[in-house]
Ligand binder design. Structure first.
Ligand code: IPE
Ligand code: IPE
Ligand code: MG
Length: 245
């Protein structure tokens, strides 16, 4: 399957809004949590294929700032599942040379969950293949406010001047994603055409692909279809078609 795609035209960074776990479960008369459990299998599947294809960065929207407002039982179950799943997958991540990273407001995470995730990050820090970035307790507005606060703190401490903030590139250094390229392709499963507070700054020129498929059903073939669709896009970055030739 992975041989069937031309690797020269792959996106360097794919970001995914993994949506539809709850609806997948409901359609089967199951509890929402069963959908999240099945969603973890999709995470493994898509991480594997991204890694095999040689994609550089895969960012997965795992838990948003707004998701903290879900019923407490669902929040607790999700946090538990995230930690258990990452710990279980870490040996395979290492085997596949995948480096785990996390972005988001970790101060809101239960301390034990945070520490266990940090351990997995440390355990994969030597890996040089795919960088898998989990956005947990993440929202783009939180990140942008935090960047502004940190820059103001640098100015206050005499480490920067207001006039230093003179380009996208300088602002970018204050974001949690500073060391990653911007996503080339943004995929949303579950059919909704919205961004839900994900990477607002970084997706300025990302190609957007929405599929009705719920995340637990999102297959390797579906992922490859999204990559094929991406390959057919003309990314003009504000220029004319003729200028690109
Ligand atoms: C996405 O699935 C996973 C998280 C937001 C954690 P949902 O739980 O949002 O599933 P739907 O959108 O209700 O189907
Ligand atoms: C987006 O899904 C967040 C994640 C996938 C983690 P939501 O289900 O929370 O988004 P909305 O509520 O449909 O916008
Ligand atoms: Mg949802």
């Amino acid at each position: 399957m992975t041989e069937e795609i031309d690797k020269s035209s792959l996106p360097r960074h794919v970001a995914i809004i993994m949506d539809g776990n709850g609806r997948w479960a409901k359609a089967r008369g199951l509890d929402r949590s069963e959908g999240h459990v099945e969603g973890v299998n999709t995470v493994r599947r898509i991480t594997e294929v991204a890694s095999e294809l040689g994609i550089g960065y895969l960012t997965l929207y795992t838990f948003s700032t707004e998701n903290w407002n879900r019923p407490q039982a669902e929040v607790d179950a999700l946090m538990h599942l995230i930690v258990i799943a990452i710990e279980r997958e870490t040996p395979d991540l290492i085997k596949n040379n995948v480096r785990l990273q996390m972005i988001g407001d970790s101060s809101r995470m239960p301390r034990e969950a945070y520490e266990r995730l940090q351990q997995c990050i440390a355990d994969t820090s030597h890996c040089t293949g795919l960088t898998l970035i989990l956005a947990i307790s993440y929202s783009s507005r939180w990140e942008i406010v935090e960047a502004a606060r940190q820059f103001a703190a640098d100015v206050e401490a005499g480490k920067a001047k207001a006039s230093d903030m003179d380009s996208d590139e300088v602002f970018n250094r204050y974001l949690t994603t500073a060391s990653y390229p911007d996503p080339d392709l943004l995929i949303r499963t579950g059919g909704d055409h919205r961004i839900s507070n994900f990477l607002l700054w970084q997706i300025a020129y990302s190609e957007i692909y929405v599929t009705d498929t719920y995340w637990p059903d999102f297959s390797r073939e579906d992922f490859i279809s999204a990559l094929r669709d991406f390959r057919g896009r003309e990314r003009r970055f504000g220029l004319t078609s003729e200028q690109l030739k």
